[in-house]
Design a protein around this ligand. Structure first.
Ligand SMILES: Nc1ncnc2c1ncn2[C@@H]1O[C@H](COP(=O)(O)OP(=O)(O)OP(=O)(O)O)[C@@H](O)[C@H]1O
Length: 506
């Protein structure tokens, strides 16, 4: 056994986050930890990694007994445990090479940092993990998916064979399928070398494809343990949600489409080149493409967050010359960004205040501010999106990652947008909430709105959009609908001339 945890319990004011959790991890095993948003996965990981102390319980790490009520990160690090958290903990203003060396220590000779050696070592990790970037690239200039790859490479760079206990907390949350495959292959190699891997993911296809065993948590308890080989997807979904899997179906448009809500002609901005796009009322259009293909920039250029070089954007028949994002919001065009911590969350404010951003004006009447009505609406939204929080007045940062994402989505959907631009909307979100989010998107489109969704998870895309466009090097190179709208076909199109050009990211 690499890890044996027994009876781990942790209570926060008002929440029993962990209630007698037991978990074992064998050498050479890839073990999935699954569960809905807020079930306690992150809390357990924090305790195992010594960042947070448990109230009670025991942990053996490589046969060494740890006092979980006093444990510190240095102690578990020493025993070979490594974690990559979903917030990545990379330094955005430093280069890849510097981020790597902050994990392992800089090479120094005669009191000086050896920059050439620093770059060489970073390049070796970049090659090993096939990261589409160079050692000198700053992390903030990279897409979130690439940052995740750097974080993983940094954590694993000094883990020696047969000793590591590696906890990967949603490592693939924003990676496109091609990158995911490479990463999963790397994880399999680590397990084959005798490391023990705890793989935490909401992507159930990866859990099924990669892992040997699955432990499922719900409301702070272990509710099931499975041998992955004997498990299918619906059993896993039911185990996680405690409700039937067939509630989570396909959501395609049932009605004929209406007038165009969004039209672009010759739209050129940043890497995005000559985009002609038409999205009609009632329609959800997906954008598929590799990291760096211009997916995010396309959304940003539509809502005025990225200056246009040329071309036109028309919303509901009117020329839209958005130069700032607030002008777009005023016209009912809402973009929900990929990078939640940077763009959309107020961590120290209450959950309700995070929901209320931008709608306060609605609650003013001649008689005064209708606080009770606003709070009622907040409560209704929290219920509808199944936001797991003790109340609306707790700080946003006390919510689990997935629940924060649900709050952001709810915030923007309550403004009745006409055009929704969603960048990786289900990052860190559990299988049930993913369905809730797309149902809410469908409500917008059924009411005459339209949506454009960027998602790396191609299965999610095919299940939820009516039509998908494939972006390569800033250009739309294909469109798929109907029977062609499947993962296999999209993958083919995304990588179509990749092998020939050898240029993955454009
Ligand atoms: N510092 C804290 N103070 C109060 N409550 C907390 C704190 N941290 C976590 N919680 C609560 O503990 C519960 C478990 O949260 P945790 O972050 O472990 O969930 P999770 O399973 O990792 O969810 P997700 O999949 O959304 O990341 C939640 O109800 C959360 O609101």
């Amino acid at each position: 056994m690499a890890l044996e945890a027994r009876g781990i319990t942790k209570v926060f004011p008002g929440t029993r986050a962990l209630d007698h959790i037991s978990l074992t991890l064998r050498r050479g095993e890839i073990h999935a930890l699954c569960g809905g948003n807020g079930c306690g996965k992150s809390t357990l990981i924090k305790i195992l990694s010594g960042v947070l102390q448990a109230d009670s319980g025991t942990v053996l790490l490589n046969d060494v007994d740890i006092d979980v009520t006093q444990v510190k990160p240095a102690q578990v690090h020493e025993l070979g445990l490594r974690v990559v958290h979903q917030d990545l903990a990379v330094f955005p203003d430093l280069s890849i090479a510097e981020n790597m060396m902050l994990g392992s220590g800089y090479p120094v000779a005669r009191g000086r940092i050896q920059w050439r050696e620093t770059r060489r070592r970073a390049q070796a990790q970049i090659d090993r993990f096939e990261i589409p970037a160079r050692p000198e690239n700053l992390l903030r200039d990279l897409p979130v998916g690439t940052r995740a790859q750097v974080a993983i490479a940094r954590a694993l760079q000094d883990v020696s064979e047969n000793r590591g206990i590696v906890i990967l907390d949603e490592p693939t949350a924003s990676l496109p399928s091609h990158e995911v495959e490479l990463l999963l292959a790397a994880i399999r190699r680590l397990a084959a070398q005798g490391h023990a891997i705890l793989f935490v993911s909401h992507r159930l296809d990866e859990v099924l494809a990669l892992t040997d065993r699955v432990t499922v948590m719900r409301d702070g308890r272990v509710v099931a343990r499975h041998e992955t080989a004997k498990l299918n997807e619906s059993e896993l979904i039911e185990s996680i949600l405690g409700r039937r899997a067939d509630e989570i179906g396909m959501r395609h448009s049932a009605r004929p489409l209406g007038n165009p809500v969004l039209q672009t002609r010759g739209l050129t901005a940043g890497p995005v080149t000559d985009i002609g796009l038409e999205v009609r009322a009632g329609e959800v259009v997906g954008i598929a493409g590799l990291l760096g293909s211009g997916r995010t920039e396309l959304l940003r250029s539509i809502c005025g967050d990225l200056p246009k070089k040329s071309g036109t954007v028309v919303v509901n028949g009117k020329r839209a010359e958005f130069r700032r994002i607030d002008q777009a919001i005023g016209a009912g065009v809402v973009m929900i960004p990929e990078d939640r911590p940077r763009g959309a969350v107020f961590p120290d404010l209450p959950v309700n205040d995070n929901l209320d951003v931008g709608v306060l004006g609605r609650y003013w009447r001649w008689s005064g501010f209708r606080n009770a009505a606003m709070r009622r609406d907040d409560a209704e939204l929290r219920t509808r999106f199944r936001v797991k929080s003790e109340s609306g007045s707790v700080q946003m940062k006390s919510l689990s990652g997935g629940n924060q994402q649900k709050v952001i989505i709810a915030r923007w959907l309550r403004r009745d947008p006409v055009l929704l631009l969603l960048d990786e909307p289900t990052q860190g979100v559990d299988v049930g909430a993913r369905a809730d989010i797309y149902t809410a998107v469908r409500e917008v489109t059924e009411n005459g709105g339209a949506a454009v969704v960027v998602a790396s998870d191609l299965e999610e895309l095919t299940l939820n959009v009516d039509r998908a466009l494939v972006l390569r090097k800033g250009r739309i190179v294909a469109e798929v609908t109907g029977a062609d709208l499947n993962v296999h076909r999209l993958t083919e199109l995304i990588y179509a001339d990749d092998a020939k050009s050898g240029d993955r990211d454009g």
